[in-house]
Design a binder for this molecule. Structure first.
Ligand SMILES: Cc1cc2nc3c(=O)[nH]c(=O)nc-3n(C[C@H](O)[C@H](O)[C@H](O)COP(=O)(O)OP(=O)(O)OC[C@H]3O[C@@H](n4cnc5c(N)ncnc54)[C@H](O)[C@@H]3O)c2cc1C
Length: 181
């Protein structure tokens, strides 16, 4: 669980640590967001709350099948990422509510990657893609794919996910295919 106040810099964990999430290793998404100044101050909650179509962590959270927790005076509700973004710079967070948690499922056999095309190091994406896979006994059991900066908001490629699961060849381990997790 990553809370709103978690700055990007604190989402990074050492290489080899047992964390199968897209935030975790190598060229992870939060390492390609802007520059160290932004990464030291920006937060995952602010990134999702801003709902810019080019937001890197929005694609990561969608691919990882994260869910957001929105709290208000009436209590809290859990919102899927697809429903959290309701349009450009617009989220499902209503008046008097705030995003208090981002819940990322920890499941075995996970691998992930985030690839970004930018004009200069630290720029916003021209396009970015996040992918997460979950392998069970050598077969793709589940896939999450999301794209940044190619539409009016982050695009979750839900229709493609079952196709990938059906067509993908046998995989020995997720890390052998997805080196840039
Ligand atoms: C120079 C620069 C370069 C950048 N480059 C990139 C990039 O390459 N890739 C990328 O993904 N991002 C990039 N960003 C965006 C940056 O990473 C942050 O997402 C953004 O600046 C938000 O910062 P923040 O976390 O301080 O949120 P804030 O500025 O505090 O908030 C942003 C929005 O979210 C709302 N909000 C914040 N917290 C909550 C909450 N808990 N509940 C409900 N609403 C909330 C705020 O009301 C506001 O509307 C860049 C930003 C800058 C300034």
């Amino acid at each position: 669980m990553a809370k709103k106040i978690t700055a990007y810099i604190r989402l990074q964990v050492p290489a080899g640590a047992a964390n199968p999430l897209p935030f975790a290793r190598g060229n992870a998404a939060e390492r390609v967001i802007a520059d160290p100044v932004v990464r030291n101050r920006g937060t995952i909650g602010g990134s999702l709350g801003q709902a810019d179509a080019a937001e890197d962590l929005s694609a990561v959270c969608s691919a990882a099948k994260a869910r957001s927790v929105v709290r208000g005076a009436e209590g809290e509700r859990v919102v899927e990422m697809e429903d959290f973004r309701v349009g450009p710079y617009t989220t499902a967070v209503g008046a008097g509510e705030m995003l208090t948690e981002v819940r990322l499922p920890l499941r075995p056999g996970a691998g992930s990657a985030h690839e970004k095309v930018e004009r200069r190091a630290g720029d916003w994406a021209i396009a970015a893609a996040s992918a997460a896979v979950w392998v069970d006994r050598g077969r793709l059991a589940d896939v999450g794919i999301a794209l940044s900066a190619v539409g009016i908001t982050t695009i979750q490629c839900e229709l493609m996910q079952p196709v990938w699961c059906a067509l993908a060849p046998r995989i020995t381990s997720p890390s052998s295919r997805l080196k840039r997790s």
